[in-house]
Design a protein around this ligand. Structure first.
Ligand SMILES: CC(C)(COP(=O)(O)OP(=O)(O)OC[C@H]1O[C@@H](n2cnc3c(N)ncnc32)[C@H](O)[C@@H]1OP(=O)(O)O)[C@@H](O)C(=O)NCCC(=O)NCCS
Length: 179
């Protein structure tokens, strides 16, 4: 069981008993589609996704300490064999709309980056956003990623123009020394 802590949040492994909180943001039409997936139609769908997260061990839920509630998730996914061989993962995230604009996802992603480079010893992290997703672009830039390229990504809604960013462990540790 992974558990990481920031000043306002705990990032921890998912449990089926989190389904109610997770469904609350997964059913929101403003959340999933911005990340490329359809809103959940019912809580059964959410339970199946939580079971998948538990099997694949590549998603942590974002728990709000003060409100005592799961308000989002952060993922660190292996997308293909090359990712595995090159110690690369793709970071993804979503947050309950009630909590947008408080800097919470930036806080969560920075902690996940530290975990990926310092505990998992990964060499590269990538992160992407659709061209219209200005909020996500800000999170990515505030977390130190550098723009790499734009491509068309296959999603549940067809092809979407997607901007890809990278952060290497070398750049992460260089920045840490400079702080
Ligand atoms: C993307 C998301 C996780 C951001 O979470 P968050 O906690 O609100 O992010 P932060 O508060 O750390 O940063 C949001 C940034 O967007 C900016 N922002 C807020 N409202 C905005 C708007 N309407 N238009 C553009 N930028 C906006 C904020 O000013 C902030 O940037 P700043 O700190 O430079 O001022 C959240 O909006 C979300 O869950 N969206 C739906 C799912 C999604 O898009 N996931 C990412 C897929 S790539």
């Amino acid at each position: 069981m992974i558990s990481l802590e920031t000043s306002r949040l705990i990032l921890r492994s998912p449990k089926v008993s989190d389904a109610k909180d997770v469904f609350e943001y997964c059913r929101d039409t403003e959340v999933g589609p911005s990340a490329g997936w359809s809103p959940h139609k019912n809580i059964k769908e959410t339970i199946e996704i939580i079971k998948k997260f538990k099997r694949e061990q590549d998603v942590l839920l974002v728990y709000h300490k003060e409100d005592k509630k799961v308000i989002g998730s952060v993922g660190f996914h292996i997308r293909n064999v090359e990712d595995y061989q090159r110690k690369t993962r793709e970071i993804g995230y979503v947050l309950n709309r009630e909590y947008w604009g408080e800097g919470l996802m930036t806080e969560a992603v920075k902690e996940l980056i530290t975990f990926c480079f310092e505990s998992l010893k990964l060499e590269m992290l990538v992160c992407s956003h659709f061209d219209f997703n200005e909020r996500s672009r800000r999170v990515i830039l505030k977390c130190g990623f550098q723009y790499s390229l734009t491509y068309e990504r296959e999603t549940s809604f067809g092809l979407r123009n997607t901007l890809l960013y990278k952060l290497s462990s070398i750049d992460y540790f260089k920045e840490k020394i400079n702080l």
